[in-house]
Design a protein around this ligand. Structure first.
Ligand code: NAP
Ligand code: MG
Length: 452
């Protein structure tokens, strides 16, 4: 059996070894999940709800432990990591209300009664990336379990530790064996097998657009359901009438949080030309003031990149452009890069078009409202975006004009577990979170009962 050495990204030191599952082991665990399915599906809705609430309570008892694991494994700042563990708890609590509320409909017909049912799919495969290991896992497994499915989950090879611990906590909370199984392993082994194994009835994938396309193509072979949460190149559109101080003070956090390794990162800032110089003047101290510190330091606002490879990829983008200025970053062996600002010269530059997934933002001026919308939409992606303006009509027009799934006005908040989340265009397929997520883990069945 092969193992993977987990590395602490802020020191480049090894943390621990994790065994990587083989195809045979993956098959055995998928079969065990299938065996656990009928009892989980048939559990009374209130009993399933109680178990999910207990799961949430056990996670809540371990927030600090989970956060510490994520600081060490992913280099997430302490404040982010505690929020992320709390998010798993909150998402479980939110979807624990779903089993008793998976309503069907009664649709009027002649000659009888027509009913719809939301039935669970069976085994659902969740494939998680390394950028937000805990929340993205929870957004998949919590609604899937609530809808009566069993879940097999593959964490990213780089960041398996919190998922492994959460699966132990599920057992401690009383979830039956096989209902929720974490299978650490390679994407090309475990992830692929989720796609090809006939007992896995849906894939819930978050990661790169490139791999997402392969997953979708693979799912076609068995007409397997899939939802995809992929990359982004989101725009932060700042109009001259906005509260420029607020827009400039918040812009760095909207892109450099998690060292820019965020599919929602507002990695393109579009500024109305008449306010361009003033905005840039306000942005610089905000970027330079960001606290890029050891992620275990409670005041750290940005940690390292996930890996040496990711830092090389990001550096490759920076080698092609003139950097306007940077913030600071610690010296040492970790995978550090400072927050970096680039003034984009042309919309054809790679820095303006491609997802960098690092602490880099590109800034460009625009002329008017239509130009702002056109520039924001000049991308294959469409995940999120922000609009800063004091004009409510304009805020609405631009929010409706930008082809993206999650827009925020005078704010950068785009993810709440009780509202839907997902991408337009090549940013994804389907939606996660919000009140409808459990239904995406069901088949809708229609039954007609004759009254004759
Ligand atoms: P990735 O390859 O798409 O990985 C995401 C997940 O898919 C991981 O668990 C990975 O396993 C798994 N996987 C990889 N190949 C697979 C396959 N053929 N079949 C099934 N599962 C497979 O992403 P990455 O290589 O970690 O990152 C590359 C770039 O993707 C980043 O630089 C960034 O631009 C983008 N990205 C976006 C997001 C997002 O939230 N939208 C998240 C992560 C990355 P392994 O762990 O074994 O690789
Ligand atoms: Mg990859």
């Amino acid at each position: 059996m092969s193992t993977y050495t987990v590395i602490n990204p802020s020191t480049a030191e090894p943390v621990t070894e994790v065994a990587l599952a083989t195809v045979e082991q993956t098959d055995a665990l998928i079969e065990r999940a299938q065996e656990a399915f009928p009892a989980w599906r048939d559990l009374a809705p209130g009993a399933r709800a109680t178990l999910l609430r207990r799961f949430a309570a056990v996670v809540d008892d371990h927030i600090d432990e989970l956060a510490e694991l994520e600081v060490r494994n992913a280099g997430h700042t302490w404040s982010n990591a505690t929020w992320e563990a709390g998010n798993v708890r909150d998402v479980l609590n939110y979807y624990s209300a779903a089993p008793e509320r998976l309503f069907g409909r009664q649709i009027p017909v002649a000659g009888g009664v027509n009913l719809t049912f939301h039935e669970p799919l069976g085994v659902v495969g969740v494939i998680v990336p390394w950028n937000f290991p805990m929340p993205i896992a929870g957004w998949g497994f919590a609604p899937a379990l609530a809808a009566g499915n069993c879940v097999v989950l593959k964490p990213a090879e780089l960041t398996p530790l919190t998922a492994i611990r959460i699966a132990e906590l599920a057992l401690e909370a009383g979830l039956p064996e096989g209902v929720f199984t974490v299978i650490p392993g390679k994407g090309s082994v475990v992830g692929e097998r989720f796609v090809t194994h006939p007992l896995v009835r849906k894939i819930c994938f978050t990661g790169s657009t490139e791999v997402g396309k392969q997953i979708m193509a693979g799912c076609a072979d068995q007409v397997k359901r899939c939802t995809l949460e992929l990359g982004g190149k989101s725009a932060n559109v700042v109009f001259a009438d906005a509260d420029l101080a607020k827009a400039a003070a918040t812009a760095p956090y909207a892109v450099f949080d998690n060292a820019g390794q965020d599919c929602c990162a507002r990695s393109r800032i579009l500024v109305e030309r008449s306010a361009y110089d003033e905005f840039l003047g306000l942005l610089e101290p905000a970027v330079k003031g960001m606290k890029v510190l050891d992620p275990g330091d409670r005041s750290s606002e940005m940690g390292p990149l996930i890996s040496a490879r990711q830092r090389e990829t990001v550096q490759g983008f920076l080698d092609e452009v003139d950097v306007a200025y940077t913030g600071s970053a610690p010296a040492g062996d970790g995978f550090w890069l400072p927050p970096t600002v680039v003034l984009a010269e042309s919309p054809d530059e790679r820095i303006w078009r491609e997802e960098v997934f690092g602490p880099v933002v590109a800034v460009m001026p625009f002329d008017d409202e239509q130009d702002a919308i056109d520039k924001a939409n000049d991308t294959e992606y469409g995940l999120s975006g922000s609009v800063f303006t004091r004009d409510l009509g304009r805020a609405l027009r631009v929010s409706r004009g930008v082809a993206a799934g999650n827009l925020s006005v005078n704010s950068h908040a785009s993810v709440r577990y009780w509202t839907p989340f997902g991408g337009y265009k090549q940013s994804g397929l389907g939606r996660e979170l919000g009140p409808d997520a459990p239904q995406a883990f069901t088949e809708e069945k229609n039954v007609f009962i004759s009254d004759e």
